[in-house]
Design a protein around this ligand. Structure first.
Ligand SMILES: Nc1nc2c(ncn2[C@@H]2O[C@H](COP(=O)(O)OP(=O)(O)OP(=O)(O)O)[C@@H](O)[C@H]2O)c(=O)[nH]1
Length: 191
């Protein structure tokens, strides 16, 4: 089975004020940390970003931008773009703004028996559809939704009856994201 990691780094980072992918946590860029996690559990990792950032990533990374037809419309378009550029049986998805994600959390998702189209993390009833595993068969359905100008990730995951996996409280810290500079400050203190 071939697995491709999709690192989502194409957001506007409006609340953060500068590109979140390049926020520094203890000497490492946020995206580098997430990349390392995806690299450990996949055959290849692709970073999906926006035009303005593409040259900021070193050349040895595989970096693409959202498909022209859907760009600027959120992460679902990014997931679909990566699926079109890289054929695989399954895709492991992670956002660049959760730099505490570790392999152990994805292993938990992978150990789910179900052959659900999307398997995603959930903690205290809140789903995290960008911390997830997507089967390749979802590509056609994503495209159908995007073509209807519906860019909502969670709506998609619910529509295809994605499987939520409850994360143990001891792993919940991994789902911490940085929407604001204050979130990053807290993360550095806790890391
Ligand atoms: N490829 C791609 N990734 C996206 C897009 N929008 C958001 N993301 C990524 O999805 C993850 C979660 O996004 P948000 O929390 O909404 O981040 P954001 O849009 O950068 O932040 P705000 O502008 O403050 O809402 C982050 O890793 C983003 O980089 C997009 O249009 N394309």
């Amino acid at each position: 089975m071939s697995r491709v990691g999709i690192l989502l780094a194409g957001g506007a980072s409006r609340r953060f004020g500068s590109p979140k992918a390049f926020a520094t946590i203890n000497g490492q860029y946020a995206y580098e940390r997430v990349y390392a996690t995806l690299q450990a559990i996949t055959d290849h990792v692709v970073i999906v970003t926006r035009e303005e950032l593409i040259n900021k990533f070193p050349n040895h990374y595989d970096v693409i931008t959202d498909a022209t037809d859907f760009k600027g419309n959120g992460p679902l378009a990014g997931i679909w773009t990566a699926m079109t550029e890289h054929l695989a049986s399954e895709y492991i998805v992670a956002p660049c703004d959760m730099p505490l994600l570790r392999v152990s959390l994805y292993r938990m998702l992978q150990s789910t028996e179900e052959n659900a189209p999307v398997i995603y993390a959930q903690y205290e009833g809140r789903g995290h559809p960008l911390v997830s595993i997507w089967q390749s068969r979802t590509k056609v359905e994503i495209e159908r939704q995007l073509e209807m100008n519906d860019f909502r990730v969670f709506a998609f995951v619910e529509k295809v009856k994605g499987k939520a996996v409850d994360i143990h409280s001891s792993d919940a810290f991994q789902l911490t994201n940085m929407n604001t500079p204050e979130d990053l400050e807290r993360m550095i203190t806790d890391d």
